[in-house]
Design a protein around this ligand. Structure first.
Ligand SMILES: Cc1ncc(COP(=O)(O)O)c(C=O)c1O
Length: 286
């Protein structure tokens, strides 16, 4: 089941949910978005997602036209419909495009942003992800450099990530890790990446060129709270393969253990116990 809101109007039927072909999100990927989950009617880390939406928009000189309260009201409206229809876990995607206008790169050609919220039922993630772990490749597609198209802008232009994901899919892997031009690890195509080495949790710094994930931030907070060693540090693909444990993080996937990278088995080839320990804490807070 899907519930869609376009500019404040709820549409129950997918076929009625339409946006103009002149919308800049469609023409240029000139939009920002956020994805989160709704569990038992509660929207996950809503304030953090709205803050990041605003940050993405400001980085592309776009000023959000609605108040946080109004985005929140519309999101909750969609979430409530899904909850009332009996869906305990749902996916919410909030998209704000720069709007419609003449076909030109000039952002000022559009003055009214389109606000789209797509809500849909989201079954629990497969238990195999957490019981067995997943396998990823290191993509040959590099992550966009910060000074080219900052990965910390969560925009509707995901072609860089799609190219890397395609590599993983064609090779039969779950996802792809993307490197930057210095050969350092950045992130996966829709999640952040972590390793555990000699008891220390490590994740690349934002300056490596990656999205400041909200789950990443929550894991950092949990590590601090429980006095678990943590470092934000650059590491290469081969350092990653030499890790004791490896995992990815995202709002809908949580912490997913990675047990193989390319042809290399990570640790003992099973989900790492430190990863699972933090996953348990993370889930207990949802
Ligand atoms: C490129 C990228 N990196 C990381 C993430 C993880 O972010 P979050 O934990 O906020 O879901 C996402 C999620 O959409 C993403 O698209």
């Amino acid at each position: 089941m899907k519930v869609i809101s376009i500019n404040g109007q709820i549409l129950d039927l997918e076929k009625d949910a339409k946006i103009s072909v002149l919308d800049r999100g469609f023409l240029y990927g000139d939009s920002v978005y956020e994805v989160t989950e709704v569990r038992n009617g509660k929207v996950g880390f809503l304030k953090a997602h709205l803050d990041r939406l605003q940050n993405s928009a400001l980085k592309m000189h776009m000023h959000l036209q609605l108040s946080f309260k109004e985005y929140e009201r519309r999101i909750i409206e969609v979430a409530t419909r899904l909850h009332e229809a009996g869906h305990d876990r749902c996916y919410i995607r909030l998209v704000v495009t720069r709007g419609e206008g003449e076909i030109t790169l000039d952002p000022q050609a559009a003055s009214n942003q389109n606000v789209i919220i797509i809500g849909k039922e989201l079954p629990e993630n497969p238990t195999s992800w957490y019981d067995d772990g997943v396998e990823v490749i290191i993509a040959s597609t590099l992550r966009n450099p910060v000074k080219s198209m900052d990965p910390n802008i969560k925009s509707g232009n995901y072609l860089n990530n799609i190219l890397a994901y395609n590599e993983a899919k064609e090779a039969g892997y779950f996802d792809a890790i993307m490197l930057n031009q210095d050969g350092n690890v950045t992130e996966c195509t829709t999640s952040n990446i972590w390793i555990v080495k000699d008891g220390i949790f490590k994740t690349p710094p934002i300056a490596a060129g990656l999205l400041k994930g909200i789950t990443r931030e929550n894991v950092i907070r949990i590590l601090g709270k429980h006095g678990i060693a943590f470092e934000e540090v650059n590491f290469t693909g081969s350092e990653l393969k030499d890790a004791d444990e490896c995992f990815l993080t995202s709002s809908t996937k949580y912490l997913v253990p990675i047990v193989k990278v390319d042809d290399t088995i990570i640790g003992n080839g099973k989900p790492g116990c430190k990863t699972l320990q933090v996953l348990d804490i993370f889930k207990s807070e949802l």
